[in-house]
Design a protein around this ligand. Structure first.
Ligand code: ZN
Length: 414
């Protein structure tokens, strides 16, 4: 049996263990799998016929309907942001926290971090999973943690220069904000950063190059979501060809978001995750709404873990305008090719005078000829995306930065 086949066999055995008795342990799955005899799941095809779960389903289980162990087994909860109202509460057992820490330490190791690194952690702490996961993994590795959390730019700069942090963990938008601040203060030569570990929201090549250049770092994309442990379930390596993920803890599928069927190998679709070992709140065929694809073959780094591509967008980001499907990654690609365009942009879709209009705001470098750049953006959007847009150049710094995720596409039609 090949290594891949034996890993698949191990994964399926883990799925069988997960399914056995899940309806007794979990009120959520008792409802979800009502009328299904899980003992009949004997093949991958059987498994792929089980119903998918959505974030909305998890929200309906508020507060603790996802809990699949007795109360004495739960040591912590985390909660995903409740921008649409009710949050999702995820209970963790001691083993879940241990497993998450193991995965996170693997992330740091794959990024080449060692016990000698000083790791400054800017993601938030608290109900949200990010900060504490970054910290636990770094401590497991044996590095020195500098737990700043988000905000307070003065303090961030002080820690970077005085404590000589070598690794910074941040969202891409916050890393950009810090990079701009380092440049503004002219303290680049007092910064000792070597690596930046960046939360895996979709971000463009230009933004990536600016952060790398201004902070003087190699960048690593880290992946995760609160419902599935948190960040740390996958990371890119030195070869920057997608992200490795830990297939001894997680089973990934890529599906067609409309049909729910798995797409052929290598095609782009929606990532669906099953947790193989999670106890407190296991997830079975959970829809992430992240768009990606499996990367073929082995990675040049030699790590024995499979890869998915960078997150290409969100299925919810895909909107239809004048019959054309668009999502932010398309604009990333177009704007990347235009000289004089900086990394920040926003897309506004409006319905004016009976028709849809798409306005693309983008930042231009000082001294760029705005009319010329706008004409170039209009022409390339027409060629590449097949859409006539209204280009609007603004100065660098005019578009909003955020410490959390940056929303780039605003559909104001409804
Ligand atoms: Zn690799």
């Amino acid at each position: 049996m090949s290594e891949a086949d034996s890993r698949k066999a191990e994964q399926f055995a883990a799925i069988r263990r997960l399914l056995a008795g899940i309806k007794d342990r979990s009120p959520f799955y008792c409802g979800k799998f009502a009328g299904i005899d899980l003992a009949d799941v004997r093949s991958w095809d059987d498994f792929a016929s089980l119903p998918l779960s959505e974030k909305a389903d998890l929200r309906d289980a508020y507060p603790l309907g996802l809990q699949a162990v007795p109360d004495e087994g739960v040591i912590r909860i985390h909660s995903s942001s409740g921008t649409t109202g009710t949050p999702v509460i995820i209970p963790y057992t001691a083993q879940d926290v241990e497993d998450w820490t193991t995965m996170f330490a693997r992330c740091y190791a794959l990024a080449g971090c060692t016990r000698l690194d000083r790791i400054q952690i800017t993601p938030g702490y608290g109900l949200w999973t990010a900060g504490i996961g970054f910290q636990a993994g770094a401590e497991r590795l044996g590095a020195m943690v500098v737990p700043t959390g988000p905000g307070n730019t003065d303090k961030q700069m002080q820690m970077l220069t005085d404590l000589k942090s070598t690794v910074i963990c941040a969202t891409s938008s916050y890393a950009l904000l810090l990079a701009e601040e380092v440049e503004r203060r002219g303290i680049r030569d007092r910064i000792h950063l070597k690596k930046a570990i960046i939360g895996s929201e979709r971000w463009g090549e230009k933004m990536r190059r600016r952060i790398a250049a201004e902070l003087g770092v190699q960048l690593y994309d880290i992946y995760g979501l609160t419902e599935v442990y948190g960040p740390g379930i996958g990371i890119s390596c030195d070869h920057q060809c997608g992200m490795h993920y830990w297939d001894d803890y997680l089973y990934f599928e890529i599906i067609d978001q409309h049909t729910g069927q798995q797409v052929p190998a290598g095609e782009i679709g929606e990532l669906v995750i099953t947790t193989l070992k999670k106890e407190g709140a296991p997830l079975i065929r959970y829809r992430t709404h992240d768009l990606t694809r499996f990367m073929p073959g082995a990675c040049a780094c030699g790590a024995p873990y499979p890869r998915i591509d960078d997150i290409l967008g969100r299925t919810d980001d895909m909107v239809k305008v004048k019959g054309v499907i668009i999502f932010p990654a398309l604009f990333d690609e177009v704007l990347h090719q235009v000289d004089g365009v900086s990394s920040e942009y926003q897309i506004m879709i409006d319905h004016l005078d009976g028709r849809d209009t798409v306005t693309v705001f983008f930042e231009t470098a000082d001294g760029a000829h705005r009319e010329g750049v706008e004409a170039d953006v209009r022409r390339r959007c027409k060629e590449r995306i097949g859409l006539t847009v209204v280009p609007k150049a603004v100065a660098v710094g005019e578009l909003p930065r955020s410490e959390k995720k940056t929303n780039r596409l605003f559909d104001n039609r409804y």
